[in-house]
Design a protein around this ligand. Structure first.
Ligand SMILES: C[S@@+](CC[C@H](N)C(=O)[O-])C[C@H]1O[C@@H](n2cnc3c(N)ncnc32)[C@H](O)[C@@H]1O
Ligand code: SF4
Ligand code: SF4
Length: 397
């Protein structure tokens, strides 16, 4: 098998940073409005892609979740009307906060959002509950997060829930054929690294003879991270981060174990190379892990020169309390004073807050902390005429 000839893995297409270029027109228009005393301020609350957190409630209690303990707020159902009326996104990712499928009017909420002209909708779920209803016909992808059994518990619940989640993924793949893409997301960190290979084998064995499921399924591995503040980096937090992340030895062992499995199990390598971002593990060995470790290294200043943020003109995150943030990195911290407005107050939004993000005023605006740094470089390169547009055909985002 010549793995160099394989098409781009969907997990990489889905996270392709060039997708920001799908929102160039909106970025250009919003820039003009902010630079002028233009009367069309209504445009400022528009976004190309929104992450919508319907609720902070969840049926699991994952040990590393950034949102546990934040309360149990929920977006009022009626407020969702304002998304179509004012924000008019091309794409919506319904995620957490908590677990979207426990939102009381989940089915109706998805159906309502699906009425926005041309919108594409994706769902990130822990896979414990599959709500009834027509919502499955309205979405373009679902991504189920799979966690590990630690100390006899699956995310604070019975260890059996692990198998329930895998069975529910099978249900999505076999019985919800109207959903074009079904992602399986595995979050890894030092304590669960030994679960990676058994998880891969389980998934492979379930679908290796099911070509229809195989085509729609995508496996994504992602390293977990700890929340931190760029101005409050301590040695203690750094040590915590170092021991939280996998170590290099574990990654090398994982790749060696996979190599052994490839010899034993014909087809497994092809499956992983074609259907997952397994190359991430080698990238971590080749410098990626050091970069993750360095994020929390105590230091006084970040050297990068702030310039202009374009990402905040294209994206938004709406938290369960209704506050809207134009920066996905900072949104997780839920600083209300940085929100541009509450969804209930649209179309009015705080232009000073918009400019705060655009002018990269926050201490998060540097290459270590900003999760959209590369996106900004791509847009800048394009606007400066240095880069050509190379946008994925799949414009879900
Ligand atoms: C907070 S969850 C909300 C949606 C849903 N409850 C779920 O678990 O998929 C959204 C995403 O964040 C990921 N996540 C959870 N804890 C994380 C951590 N410590 N670092 C990075 N991602 C994390 C989850 O795996 C999931 O893909
Ligand atoms: S299932 Fe999702 S929201 Fe719930 S605790 Fe786990 S990561 Fe957090
Ligand atoms: S951290 Fe700063 S540069 Fe990055 S997306 Fe947010 S506002 Fe923009």
């Amino acid at each position: 098998m010549d793995i160099r000839r394989l098409p781009m893995v969907y997990a990489n297409v889905a996270t392709d940073k060039n997708r920001i270029l799908n929102h160039l027109e909106l970025i250009r228009k919003k820039r003009c409005v902010l630079d002028s005393s233009d009367a069309s301020k209504g445009l400022l609350c528009r976004a190309g892609h929104i992450e919508l957190q319907l609720t902070d409630k969840c049926c699991l209690d994952c040990p590393n979740c950034h949102f546990r303990g934040l309360g149990d707020k929920e977006i009022p159902f009626e407020a969702l009307d304002n998304i179509g009326r004012f924000i008019k996104p091309k794409a919506i990712t319904i995620a957490g906060g908590g677990e979207p499928t426990v939102y009381p009017s989940f089915d109706k909420a998805v159906s309502k959002l699906a009425k926005i002209p041309g919108v594409k909708i994706g769902l990130i779920t822990n896979g414990v509950i599959i709500p009834d209803g027509l919502w499955r016909k309205c979405i373009d992808w679902v991504r189920v997060s799979v966690y590990s059994v630690e100390d006899g518990k699956y995310s604070g619940r019975s260890a059996e829930v692990y198998w329930k989640v895998l069975d529910n993924i099978e249900f999505y793949l076999k019985h919800c054929v109207e959903i074009p893409h079904v992602g399986i997301h595995f979050l890894f960190y030092r304590k669960n690294m030994s679960d990676v290979v058994p998880f891969i084998k389980e998934v492979y064995l379930r679908y290796k003879n099911d070509s229809r499921a195989f085509e729609r399924m995508h496996l994504q591995f992602k390293p977990a991270f700890l929340m931190s503040y760029p101005t409050q980096l301590t040695q203690k937090l750094h040590e915590e981060n170092v021991t939280f992340l996998p170590d290099k030895e574990q990654l090398i062992t994982l790749l060696a174990n996979l190599k052994d499995e490839f010899k034993k199990c014909e087809g497994l390598e092809y499956f992983l190379r074609r259907k997952s971002n397994v190359s991430l593990f080698s990238q971590l060995i080749d410098g990626g892990l050091s970069r993750l470790i360095d994020i929390t290294k105590p230091r006084d200043v970040f050297v990068e020169k702030p310039d202009e943020c374009f990402v905040c003109l294209a994206y938004q995150l709406i938290a369960p309390d209704g506050y809207i943030y134009p920066c996905l990195t900072l949104a997780e911290y839920r600083f209300h004073e940085l929100s541009i407005c509450n969804i209930a107050d649209l179309p009015n939004c705080n232009i000073d807050a918009m400019n705060y993000f655009r002018k990269m005023r926050s201490e998060w605006c540097n290459s270590s902390f900003c999760r959209s740094w590369e996106h900004n470089k791509i847009v800048k390169g394009y606007l400066d005429g240095l880069l050509g547009a190379d946008v994925s055909n799949d414009k879900f985002f």
